[in-house]
Design a protein around this ligand. Structure first.
Ligand code: SF4
Length: 428
């Protein structure tokens, strides 16, 4: 991998922390209508939580943390029988309900009812390793072919109107090369696709150099939910994705990030904001723009923004003219825009949009067994242990406390062997 052309100096560190964040993660059910490879959660039938229990989790979140939106996930939250009431409850609390779904259960009528209840946005997880076996027409389709399915959902939301539309894809070594095409597709639909999220695949593989412990009890590799029985690449990094995107968009420039808990120079959430039309990207917002947006929103609302409304994202031209003085990225974009309209002044009537591209790099394993998580994790969720103690935990590793009562520790294998040898020597 080449040295990235961006670094912590050129980026804005998103101000999200444990008690003050843009997002919080809620799981009303663990039941899903797919069994995606790469999913961090076990699919459990009839695992819907009583609505009162879910509301209690929301109370707990609000006691522990300021948040702008609630990502309703699972499982697939559209299978949750009380989803309409849950969305309405989140809205009543003054928070933005975002539904994270594979989309299968969504109908026009269901969408309309969710909109009436106050849904703010949808994040559709669509990628080629989901095994969409029930939907025969999508089985075996590659990432590019799945754009038709993505477009179906984006148009469905656009027809209902006023709902933020995002897409998540897990990125594997053999699907990395599709990312530039997806970014291009997102530009072609910049008016109705507001965010693209690329999540780097993380599992443990048979060549793992670690032993795993829950407390002092060793846990076998194949007992761990997120293990793969075959060797595969599980350490793609965010700059790898940026590098392939720049093959299609040479000016592509991230603006903000969240660092790793053990590696401040890792880009765990790497955010790019681009401004343009379906045909032309004028430029990329820089770090000052993100700082301006985050701090002014916090000043007014007392919390950090995560999802922006489709209306705000459709105000690209206003953004260019009102914020150029604060940010070099916006200044460059404005210059390009002015050149664009100088050629044909009627272009002034074309709508200019803002679109987000997020790259998420989940847990990184350090040589000594430390696990570098996203510092200021936005997808933190609720967990209650068997003694009734409640806490906020990483949703990407929820299976561990649920199954073992705690997060797993990792100990490098060599050290364990060394320790055993030393102990044998002592006994002699
Ligand atoms: S730590 Fe895990 S749950 Fe939190 S943001 Fe990172 S990947 Fe998501």
């Amino acid at each position: 991998m080449e040295e990235p052309f961006f670094n912590i100096e050129s980026l804005y560190r998103l101000p999200w922390t444990m008690p003050d964040n843009g997002i919080t993660w809620l799981e009303p059910t663990a039941q899903c209508n797919l069994n995606c490879y790469g999913c961090y959660r076990k699919n459990i039938k009839n695992s819907h939580k009583p609505l009162e229990e879910v509301k209690h989790e929301l109370d707990f979140f609000q006691k522990m943390r300021k948040t702008d939106c609630i990502s309703i996930a699972g499982g697939d939250p559209l299978l949750y029988p009380d989803i309409i009431e849950l969305v309405a409850d989140i809205k009543r609390r003054g928070l933005k309900p975002i539904i994270n779904t594979n989309g299968i259960a969504l109908t026009k009528e269901f969408l309309h009812n969710l909109k009436e209840a106050g849904v703010f946005g949808f994040t559709f997880h669509i990628d080629s390793k989901q095994g969409r076996g029930r939907e025969k027409e999508w089985l075996g389709k590659n990432e590019i072919e799945l754009n038709e399915l993505r477009l179906h959902y984006a148009e469905m939301l656009a027809a209902e109107g006023g709902i933020a539309c995002s897409f998540n894809s897990t990125v594997y070594e053999d699907t990395l090369h599709y990312v530039p095409e997806l970014v291009k597709w997102a530009q072609q639909h910049i008016d109705i696709v507001h965010t693209m999220v690329f999540i780097l695949f993380r599992y443990i593989t048979p060549d793992t150099p670690y032993n795993f412990f829950a407390g002092d009890r060793q846990v076998s590799f194949d007992d761990i939910h997120y293990h793969s029985d075959r060797q595969e690449v599980t350490d793609l990094m965010a700059p790898d994705v940026v590098q392939v995107i720049r093959e299609e968009y040479p000016d592509f420039m991230p603006a903000a990030y969240l660092n790793g808990t053990y590696r401040p120079d890792h880009y765990k959430w790497l955010l790019t904001e681009r401004i343009g039309t379906k045909k032309k990207i004028f430029g990329y917002a820089g770090k000052r723009f993100l700082e301006l947006v985050m701090t002014s929103y916090h000043y007014v609302k007392d919390r950090y923004i995560s999802y922006a409304s489709p209306k705000a994202l459709g105000m690209g031209r206003t953004t260019l003219f009102s914020t150029w003085a604060f940010d070099t990225g916006i200044r460059k974009a404005l210059k390009n825009y002015l050149k664009f309209i100088a050629v044909n002044p009627f272009r002034l009537f074309r709508k200019v949009h803002i679109q987000s591209i997020m790259i998420i790099q989940p847990v990184d394993l350090m040589p000594n067994g430390d696990q570098s998580m996203c510092d200021g994790c936005p997808d933190i969720t609720y967990w209650k242990d068997d003694k009734g103690r409640e806490q906020l935990v990483w949703s990407c590793r929820l299976e561990e406390p649920m199954k073992y009562g705690d997060f797993l520790r990792m100990v490098p294998k060599n050290e364990v062997e060394l320790k055993h040898e030393q102990e044998k020597e002592l006994v002699k």
